[in-house]
Design a protein around this ligand. Sequence first.
Ligand code: CA
Ligand code: CA
Ligand code: CA
Ligand code: CA
Length: 294
Amino acid sequence: MGLTAEDIDGDGDLDVFKTNFDMEPNSLTSMMGRASSPTRRRSSGLAAPSLDKLGWACVFLDADNDGDFDLLVANGHVYPQSQQIHMGPWLQQTQLYEAVRGAGGALVYRDATASAGPGLAPARSSRGLAVADVDDDGMLDAVVIDLDGPPRLLHNESDPKGHFLTIGLVGKASNRDGYGAKVTLYAGGRKWFRESRAADGLYGSNDPRLHFGFGDLHAIDRVEILWPSGVKQIYILPNYRSISNDPRTVNVLLINPPQAQPPAAPRPSIARGLPAPRRSRKCGDDRREHRVLR
Ligand SMILES: [Ca+2]
Ligand SMILES: [Ca+2]
Ligand SMILES: [Ca+2]
Ligand SMILES: [Ca+2]
């Protein structure tokens, strides 16, 4: 029913997760290069806990900022009388899968729903999901849309396991929200690749800002942005090293503010520890050249 894609293994190619019907497993497929290249199914631990579920919306998110994408899946049957015909229940829990390192360091998922707190405890016939840091505390929260009930706001009260950076894109030659931009963050010998999308999963639109968790690394080497206009920007972030060693420090970087508008007043909740504003730099995506900011 639902489909989402992120580069969960850090090889630069998107990996695709798909939810399925009752008595069918959800699936994770790794892309291997260009669209015409072969794909491979990953053994990820996501199949067995989904067999008795009918899955809908799904969103990858780094819920604990440890640097690995976790996963939320909304579930619920299409038939209110499903158990009378020997299928799964009408009401099902939304599932949280935690990304962990398995044998040889391979990324696998474990069903963490039972220990995820009261927000995921009730069974509902859920359909939609959206993820956003609604209170700007650096931890991604979520909204679940249920049939026959109000939306559920799930506030993430996890102990953060690492640092994070939230990037807001403001297009000029590209669309204003920067949708379609591809952002790659390099830190500590790893890279994180994300696309900015207007919609994701199913029946939901996430926070347009891109959230990166990167564990105990508190120094970022660089951020590369490929805008829909074709312009490529490279940000070197030397100031980031001195922001804080405290994972709870909130770090929001607004990239490519529009020249036509005065700079917005910093919001108190996100202003702590920000690097110096870069609005004076000519780094817009309407300049068809590569620029390295130092
Ligand atoms: Ca990948
Ligand atoms: Ca299923
Ligand atoms: Ca994680
Ligand atoms: Ca939050």
